[in-house]
Every structure is written in structure tokens, then in C-alpha cells.
Design a binder for this molecule. Structure first.
Ligand code: G3P
Ligand code: CA
Length: 268
């Protein structure tokens, strides 16, 4: 297998908690990765971006509006782009109250904090480099941080996949650190897939674009490490779709409701 994300020994797709267990705790926070671990899910997905002063932080949107209280704390800083705020400013924000008062005081984690919590929880990470066009050099910077934190050593490489919607970004990660397992977020045509095999180990499509034939076409090709390409489908939150997609033979399902998907696949 190219990674621990490969379909489990029982042939079941691995279940990946999207942005952490984001239905049950505020997305992309340490609380969300703790919740995933508590529910028994070892794989989590996150999104990485960069602050004005160059700190890598874990956040999905390119603005801080939806998932923090930034509009109250910094009312005159519209449009509240992540890249226009320093790490110290972002550290002041509440990233939990929008979700539930029970999570008041949750913070936007730095990537370093996040990796340490993942390590502490013995979790595995599908790390998305989000909006790389906004952050020149973010691939190198992310890899350096992962290396400093020990995630590029042999024991950790099977617990990490770096993915992006940007093929250029995925290729850059592969060229900088060929040992890292990479994923492309999208659905290249079967003809295009050959080009992707040079730099990506996984093809991770939106489930709506999938068919059994497409999954077979992906599996038929070998990736940069000489092993069969794998496929993780996103974002599947209901039982019927989970069963349908599992029937296509996908290797993993990325979901906001990992408990629902696990129950649907009968792997409870
Ligand atoms: O990992 C797949 C999924 O996260 C891609 O979409 O917008 O939720 O980052 P998005
Ligand atoms: Ca994502």
C-alpha cells in the first residue's frame, strides 16, 4: 500500500474525518481532532493557509469571517482575509463560539500546534494546501515544518498525505520531497490521468463525479512510487451515498459524519 489510507484489511474504505470531526466540534480546531480520536477515527483532514507574518495556520476559508469572531474583534479590517492578519491577531480570535457556546475560546491552530496534537492523539493526516496561489512557497514551508516536527521520517510517512486542488502544488510537493505521499483533489479525465501519475499517489474526486469505471481506471495506473493509484471520495455525509461510493471500490471516504459512514459500511 502507498499509505495507511489504503482500503482496510477487510476491503472497507478508510473513513476520514473532514476538517476533524466537524459535525461535532468546530472544524479545523484542536477540539475537532480530539473529537475524531474520541469517536475512534484515526484519519483526519485539514486545510493549511498562511498569515501576513508567515505563520502556517489551519483554516478552510480564505477569510476569517465564517469560523471566527473576527468581525467583532477587528470591525474595520474587511474583507478579513487570513493573509492580512498576523498570527498574534488570529490567536486572539474565538474559533468555537460560531459553532456552539460549548466551544467558546477554541482557537485557530497553527500548523505546528495542530501537528503536535495529531501526534499526541496518534492520528493520521490528510493535509490540504489550500489556495496555494495566494501563498508562494507554501509547499516548501509546509514540508519544512513537517520535517522539523518529525513527520517526514520513515515511521510517519505512512500517516501523512499532502493534497491540493492545484496540480502545480501537488507536483511541487512531490518534487521537493519525493517520499511524501500526495493526492490531487479533482477528477482528471482518464486520458489526463497518465500525466498525474508522475507526481500524485492519490486521485481524490468529489463523489458526484465518480463511477465504478472511473475508480477502476484510477486503480489500473501506477503512481510515482510504482504502486497502484488510490482514490479518496469527498464529501459523503449520508449512509446511502456512502454505500454507493464504497460499491465503486474507493479506497477511502472523506466525511463530516464519520460515525454515519462507518455505520453505513457496517464497520461499526
Ligand atoms: O478533502 C476534500 C475536501 O476537503 C475538499 O474540499 O472545500 O472542503 O476543502 P474542501
Ligand atoms: Ca479540505
Amino acid at each position: 500500500p502507498t499509505s495507511d489510507a489504503r482500503a482496510g484489511e477487510h476491503g472497507m474504505p478508510v473513513v476520514i474525518a473532514h476538517r476533524g470531526a466537524s459535525t461535532y466540534a468546530p472544524e479545523n480546531t484542536l477540539a475537532a481532532v480530539d473529537k475524531a480520536a474520541e469517536l475512534g477515527f484515526s484519519w483526519v483532514e485539514n486545510d493549511v493557509q498562511r498569515t501576513k507574518d508567515g505563520e502556517l495556520v489551519v483554516l478552510h476559508d480564505d477569510t476569517l469571517r465564517r469560523t471566527t469572531d473576527v468581525e467583532e474583534v477587528f470591525p474595520d479590517r474587511a474583507p478579513w482575509k487570513v493573509r492580512d492578519f498576523t498570527a498574534a491577531e488570529i490567536a486572539r480570535l474565538d474559533a468555537g463560539s460560531w459553532f456552539s457556546p460549548a466551544y467558546a475560546g477554541a482557537r485557530v491552530p497553527t500548523l505546528k500546534e495542530y501537528m503536535r496534537r495529531i501526534e499526541h492523539n496518534h492520528e493520521k493526516l490528510l493535509l490540504e494546501i489550500k489556495n496555494p496561489e495566494l501563498y508562494p512557497g507554501i509547499e516548501q514551508q509546509t514540508l519544512k515544518l513537517l520535517d522539523n516536527e518529525g513527520w517526514l521520517d520513515g515511521g510517519h510517512l505512512g500517516r501523512l498525505i499532502v493534497q491540493s486542488f492545484s496540480a502545480d502544488s501537488v507536483r511541487t510537493v512531490h518534487e521537493l520531497k519525493p517520499a511524501v505521499i500526495t493526492g490531487y483533489l479533482g477528477t482528471p479525465t482518464v486520458a489526463e490521468l497518465h500525466r498525474f501519475t508522475r507526481f500524485t499517489d492519490l486521485i481524490n474526486p468529489s463523489y458526484g463525479s465518480l463511477s465504478q469505471g472511473y475508480v477502476a481506471s484510477v486503480h489500473a495506473l501506477a503512481g510515482p512510487h510504482g504502486r497502484s493509484l488510490e482514490l479518496l471520495a469527498w464529501t459523503v455525509d449520508d449512509a446511502a451515498t456512502a454505500r454507493e461510493v464504497a460499491g465503486y471500490g474507493v479506497d477511502g471516504i472523506i466525511t463530516n459524519k464519520p460515525d454515519v459512514v462507518r455505520a453505513a459500511l457496517g464497520s461499526d
